[in-house]
Write a protein that binds this ligand. Sequence first.
Ligand code: FAD
Ligand code: NAD
Length: 486
Amino acid sequence: MPRSFDVAVIGAGPGGYVAAIRCAQLGLSTVCIDEWKNPQGKPSLGGTCLNVGCIPSKALLESSENYERAAHKFAAHGIKVEGLSVDIPVMMSRKDKIVAAFTGGVAMLLKKNKVASLHGRGTLLRSIEEHGDNNSGWQIEVKNGETVDTVEAKHVIIATGSAPRSLPFAQIDNQRILDNAGALALTEAPRRLGVIGAGVIGLEMGSLWRRLGSEVTILEALPTLLPAADEQVAKEALKIFTRGSGLVINTDIRISGIQTSEASIAVEYVNAQDKEGNVQKLEVDKLIIAVGRVPNTAGLGADNVGLKLDNRGFIEVDSDCRTNLPNIYAVGDVVRGPMLAHKASEEGVAVAENIAGQAGHVNLDTIPWVIYTSPEIAWVGKNEQELKAAGIQYKAGQFPFMANGRARALGETGGFVKVLADATNDRILGIHMIGPYVSEMIAEAVTAMEFAASSEDIARIVHAHPSLSEVLHEAALAVDKRAIHI
Ligand code: FAD
Ligand code: NAD
């Protein structure tokens, strides 16, 4: 007899494991099924985020930023560093320890909450009703090599995440042509590093390896980088990232082919603005492909049960993450909306609460974005181009970090904060930031928007001095043209 649960969660990334814990907290018997294996071939919970995404990338970005500070920024503080060097294997091993602590931590949390954990690929087999059983529910096969297990559950939460999108002419081998996993596991900085795609991963990985000594060139198909960001923020980012010996970013290009030889990887491309269509060549030692991610539904058994996918392969869901099938939900990267860990987790919590009869809900309009470049970029809500396209009248207030005492003390004066508010009722519609530690500052903006604040509300809140948060305060004052320090 297959084991039976109230809820089966497929996938143990931030969507799945958080959903499973919340289900268990609410008294539902829960199993969490996940197939991820670490490079040593051992099960490793936490999905993309903990294994090859958020956590390892931020660990390495922090290490490389420390190196960059010591190499280029300490001198201005009168701190001299002689004989500075970087030991990348040590940096990688620190990152691996952080990953191991967190993935092991998820296993511990599941155990503590009495969530059953099964390793293997989960495939939806059939509805139990089809076999004459009065209890509605679903049967799932869990396959781990030759071992096959079957479980039954009344409710299923699919949280199978996403995988890197590949390019037809660039075979990822994670030796020379890399995806995110390969880019986070190099043991030395390549002399010449190419990146295809100036989105979030391209910029974070490009920044990481540039700081560690690589000459980095990024090729981007669109006329601008970071298509999801506010255009003014993207422009400021391009200016700062490409300054001096920074990143080389070529936008508006079309890649026509990639040739690999023993000596190099040659990327051939044409600039869309070049009317003569001259083919240019970028020769690199390693190439990162960062052109977006695709939902993970292979092997899930969508066809077995009639689970509806959209034309891009995402599982179709309503605003409460319900699929077309009764008692089957889907959350995180495998459904519409931004591919972000916190969005996946919050959807997981909301679904668990709805299964338990509560009123779970996620407000997709106030999901914060953070890009961990230097300076950092963060935003919440609508950007200027979206407001213009929707014909919404708005007022904008902006303030630069240059005029902020704490930013001066840090020596990080690039960037600004911009507040966008409704022209008629002053309600905040979006807040956009580029500057130091805006990853932390964005929380105030999210709170304000969740509480339907006006720019006047932020303008009237006392902000500590000297702190970076004063830049948000002044930007809110600037909406009404009354910023003080500019
Ligand atoms: P995933 O984390 O992808 O987890 C899905 C899990 O399901 C995996 O373990 C997978 O093996 C398993 N699985 C798939 N199919 C099956 C099956 N049939 N049976 C069993 N198991 C299955 N987001 C942020 O918010 N902040 C960041 O700083 C950030 N940095 C990132 C950096 C990089 C390099 C990358 C690649 C991503 C980053 N992200 C970041 C995005 C974030 O990792 C994802 O949004 C998040 O992991 C999505 O969570 P998820 O639970 O939906 O899926
Ligand atoms: P992305 O969508 O952010 O960027 C992909 C970029 O590649 C785009 O700018 C696109 O125009 C470009 N591109 C696509 N095809 C191309 C081609 N043939 N030639 C040149 N350029 C091409 O995707 P990503 O950087 O792969 O990241 C995937 C997702 O992972 C992100 O959207 C984000 O949701 C998540 N992520 C988040 C964080 C974070 O929160 N800090 C970090 C990393 C990843």
